[in-house]
Structures are given as structure tokens and as C-alpha cells.
Ligand binder design. Structure first.
Ligand code: 5GP
Length: 192
């Protein structure tokens, strides 16, 4: 393995971790590249295959599991599989960049366990479950059933926060962005 680092952002859906990850990707001096996950879930209207996710059929996804092609994978919601392909991390390290992940809590912790020294695992916490519900409703990407499913899962995910290297509470976005930048920057500089 080379000296590339792994920066993991995990959080309940709707906590704002994607916004933070996108912001960090724009800071070129950090030299980060987004790990494009594979998923068996349906593509949303504005998403692009090979940019947001690699969209696989359920069968293709399961074949990749069988062939040991994943660094980690998770059935995040029923029949909605998500995972990181080994080839994705290798692609990014080969570019001489560090990998940044926007993945669920179990996947994030699994990466941390596999590469404890190379990984900085950050948990993004919503200010409250009520606020999370409001944000998911505003996003209008899921129906009420799916929102309820995500909120129910969020409560269990919040309990795992202490297992991460650090927790960022996203109540004020500007403040959360600044904290995230500082954490990542100092980790990358410490472990050169
Ligand atoms: P969404 O459907 O909103 O894009 O993502 C649903 C959840 O799946 C999010 O919590 C997201 O972080 C998680 N997820 C996305 N990619 C991966 C991955 O590669 N592995 C795991 N374990 N979770 C992922």
C-alpha cells in the first residue's frame, strides 16, 4: 500500500456531510479525490453515473461481493446496497491523491478498522433528530416512508459517534466547514 490517506465522513442521512465533503474537495491544496461508491439503489434525477455513484443492478452488486471486489459494503436500506470498490481506492492513490469518503456509519468504521493509521474518521452530527427530519423533508428527494426509515436509522447511528476520531456538530454550516477543514488539514500534515 502507498502513503495515501483515507478521510472518512459518516453521518446520518441529512446531517449535511455531503455539503462538507463537497467543500473540502474544492480546496485543492488538500489534494483530495472523492471515492465514488457503487450502489444498487435507483439513480435520482440529477445524479450522474460514474460521478455520484457507479449504479449497479442488484445482481451485479452481489457478484462483486462474491468476487471480493469491495473494501467494504453495506445493505444500508433494504435491497439498497452501497459499497466501496477496492479498485476505486487504488485509482485515487495511483493519482497521488488522498481519498475522501461520504459513507454510512458502519462502512466508515470498517475502513477505520482496516487502515487505523491511514484513516481519519469524522462523524457529522445533526443538531437534533427533529432538525434532521426538517432537513430531509426540505430536500424532497425521498417520500414520507423513506424519510421515516432514514430518521429511525439515524437514532441508532448517533450512538456510534464516540467510535470516530472526532465529531463535528453541524448546527452552523460555516463553522462546521471550518472545523472540518482544520481537522483534515492537520491530519494530512501530521502524517506525511
Ligand atoms: P444516498 O442514498 O442518500 O445517496 O445514501 C444513503 C447512505 O448510503 C448514506 O448514508 C451514504 O453515506 C451511504 N453510502 C454511500 N456510499 C456508501 C459506501 O460506499 N459504503 C457504505 N457503507 N455506505 C455508503
Amino acid at each position: 500500500m502507498n502513503k495515501g490517506k483515507l478521510i472518512v465522513f459518516s453521518a446520518p442521512s441529512g446531517s449535511g456531510k455531503t455539503t462538507i465533503v463537497r467543500y473540502l474537495l474544492k480546496q485543492q491544496e488538500l489534494n483530495l479525490e472523492f471515492s465514488i461508491s457503487a450502489t444498487s439503489r435507483e439513480k435520482r434525477g440529477n445524479e450522474i453515473d460514474g460521478k455520484d455513484y457507479y449504479y449497479l443492478s442488484l445482481k451485479e452488486f452481489k457478484n462483486n461481493i462474491k468476487n471480493d471486489a469491495f473494501l467494504e459494503w453495506e445493505e444500508v436500506y433494504r435491497d439498497n446496497f452501497y459499497g466501496t470498490l477496492n479498485s476505486e481506492v487504488e485509482r485515487i492513490w495511483a493519482m497521488g491523491k488522498h481519498v475522501i469518503f461520504d459513507i454510512d456509519v458502519s462502512g466508515g468504521l470498517r475502513i477505520k478498522r482496516k487502515f487505523p493509521e491511514q484513516t481519519l474518521a469524522i462523524f457529522v452530527k445533526p443538531p437534533s433528530i427533529d432538525e434532521l427530519k426538517i432537513r430531509l423533508k426540505k430536500r424532497k428527494t425521498e417520500n414520507t416512508d423513506k424519510i421515516n426509515m432514514r430518521v429511525a436509522k439515524a437514532s441508532a447511528e448517533l450512538a456510534t459517534a464516540p467510535l470516530f476520531d472526532c465529531v463535528i456538530v453541524n448546527s452552523d454550516l460555516e463553522d462546521a466547514l471550518k472545523k472540518a477543514y482544520n481537522k483534515v488539514d492537520s491530519f494530512l500534515n501530521q502524517h506525511k
